[in-house]
Write a protein that binds this ligand. Structure first.
Ligand SMILES: *Cc1c(COP(=O)(O)O)cnc(C)c1O
Length: 390
C-alpha cells in the first residue's frame, strides 16, 4: 500500500479530527523514520515528545515482545510484578513516593485533580492561561485555551484561569475552596513558554503557605525532555502531585499520577481506577524505557545535545529577522517566528525533517533524546534553507 492509498482509506473510514501531514510512516530507528515509499526523515517531533528513547528501541521492543508472550492484560483485581516494579522505579527517579497508573495524559491530569480534591476536601482548581492539559472534558476545562473548548461547552465548573507567570494572580485567586494550582513546568502546546525565573519556586512557597496543593503537569516535560528526568528537578521545585504520560513507556500508551505518601494515601480502595491502567505490557515497556534513559545516560545527552541544538537555532535567529526568539530547556525547544509557521513544517518535511508548529508561530523541536549531532546538523541545514526561502 502506498501513502496515497492509505490517505484515501483514512478519509473514508476515520473521523477527520486531525490535520495530518501527507505522510504515512512505516518504520523507525533512533531519530529516523521512513515513509511507505522508503524516504527517510529526521524526526524532530518524536511522536510529540513521546519517543524519548528513539524509535523501536531494541530493549523496549524486546520487553514488549517478551511480555506479550506471557501476559498482556490482567485487570487491577490482581497484582503483577511489572506494575509493582515500575512503580518502584518511578519512585526511585522522581521526587514522589507513590504511583497510580492510567493510559494517557488527559487521564493523568484528571486523576491528579481527583486526588487533590479527595485529599483537600475542596473543589476549585487554579489553572493557567495558554495551558494545555488534554481533550477529555475535565482536562479541557483545565486547559486555558478557548480554541480547544469551542463547540464542546459546557466546560466543568471549578476552574479558574490566571496568567502563566503571575504569582500575584494566583494569590488573588486562592479562596477557602481552592484545592490545587495546576501548572505545566514549561508550557508545551502553548508555544514552549519558559516560566519567569523563580516563578515555580515562589508558587510552591505560596501553595504551602495557603495549604493548597501544587500539581505539575509533566506530561510533555517528563522523562528527560528538559535535561533532567523531570522538569521539577530542572527547576528544583517539588510539587505535591505530578501528572505523567507521553515519554513514560517508549511510545507505548501509558499515564501515571505520582504523589507523596501523605497525598497519595488519600486514595482509598474504590476511589479511582482504570481497567487498562498499569497493565503488564505497558509496565514492561515503561520499565525498559526508563532503564534505557538511565543506562544510556540520556539525561546528559538531553542537556548536551539540547544546548548544541539551541545554540545552532540561535545562530539562525542572528541570521534571519523573521525569527523572533529561540527558547527551551534540554531537548524541548521552540523557535518563534514573526509569521505563521504551518507552511514551514511542510517545507521542512520536503527536506526530510519532521517538526510541528504550535501556538501558530512557534516551530517545536522535541526530538528523541538519542538524536546525534550529525542529525541535528542536518535539521539545522534544512531549517537554514527553508528560512532563506521565505
Ligand atoms: C499532550 C499533553 C497532555 C494530554 O496527553 P494525552 O495523552 O494526549 O491525553 C496533557 N498535558 C500536557 C502538558 C501535554 O503536553
Amino acid at each position: 500500500m502506498n501513502t496515497e492509498e492509505i490517505m484515501a482509506l483514512d478519509k473514508k473510514y476515520v473521523m477527520q479530527t486531525y490535520g495530518r501531514q501527507p505522510l504515512a510512516l512505516k518504520k523507525g530507528s533512533g531519530a529516523v523514520v521512513w515513509d511507505m515509499e522508503g524516504n527517510s526523515y529526521i524526526d524532530c517531533l518524536a511522536g510529540i515528545a513521546v519517543n524519548n528513547v528513539g524509535h523501536a528501541h531494541p530493549k523496549v521492543a524486546e520487553a514488549i515482545c517478551k511480555q506479550a508472550k506471557n501476559l498482556i492484560h490482567t485487570s487491577n483485581l490482581y497484582y503483577t510484578r511489572q506494575q509493582a516494579e515500575l512503580a518502584r522505579l518511578l519512585v526511585d527517579v522522581s521526587p514522589h513516593d507513590l504511583a497510580f497508573f492510567c493510559n494517557s495524559g488527559a487521564e493523568a491530569v484528571e486523576g491528579s485533580i481527583k486526588l487533590a480534591r479527595k485529599y483537600t476536601g475542596k473543589g476549585e482548581i487554579i489553572a493557567m492561561d495558554n495551558s494545555f492539559h488534554g481533550r477529555t472534558v475535565m482536562a479541557l476545562s483545565a486547559t486555558g485555551q478557548k480554541k480547544y473548548q469551542k463547540g464542546f461547552e459546557p466546560m466543568n465548573p471549578g476552574f479558574i484561569h490566571v496568567p502563566y507567570g503571575s504569582l500575584e494572580a494566583v494569590q488573588n485567586s486562592i479562596t477557602d475552596n481552592t484545592a490545587a494550582v495546576l501548572v505545566e513546568a514549561i508550557q508545551g502546546e502553548g508555544g514552549i513558554i519558559i516560566p519567569p525565573v523563580g516563578y515555580l519556586k515562589n508558587l510552591k512557597e505560596l501553595c504551602k503557605e495557603k495549604d493548597v496543593l501544587l500539581i505539575f503537569d509533566e506530561v510533555q516535560t517528563g522523562f528527560g525532555r528538559t535535561g533532567e528526568m523531570f522538569a521539577s528537578q530542572t527547576f528544583k521545585v517539588t510539587p505535591d502531585i505530578t501528572a505523567l504520560a507521553k515519554g513514560i513507556a517508549g511510545g507505548f500508551p501509558m499515564g501515571a499520577i505520582m504523589a507523596s505518601q501523605e497525598v497519595g494515601g488519600a486514595f482509598q480502595p474504590g476511589d479511582h481506577a482504570a481497567t487498562f491502567g498499569g497493565g503488564p505490557l505497558a509496565c514492561a515497556a515503561g520499565k525498559a524505557s526508563i532503564n534505557v534513559i538511565l543506562d544510556e545516560d540520556l539525561l546528559t545527552q538531553s542537556r548536551d545535545k539540547g544546548a548544541y541544538f539551541q545554540s545552532e537555532l540561535l545562530a539562525l535567529k542572528e541570521k534571519y529577522d523573521m525569527v523572533r526568539e529561540v527558547r527551551g530547556s534540554g531537548l524541548m525547544l521552540g523557535m518563534e517566528l514573526e509569521v505563521g509557521c504551518a507552511e514551514m513544517v511542510n517545507a521542512m518535511r520536503e527536506r526530510g525533517v519532521l517538526i510541528n508548529c504550535t501556538a501558530d508561530t512557534v516551530l517545536r523541536f522535541v526530538p528523541p533524546l538519542v538524536i546525534t549531532k550529525e542529525q541535528i546538523d542536518q535539521a539545522i541545514t534544512a531549517m537554514n534553507y527553508v528560512l532563506s526561502k521565505y
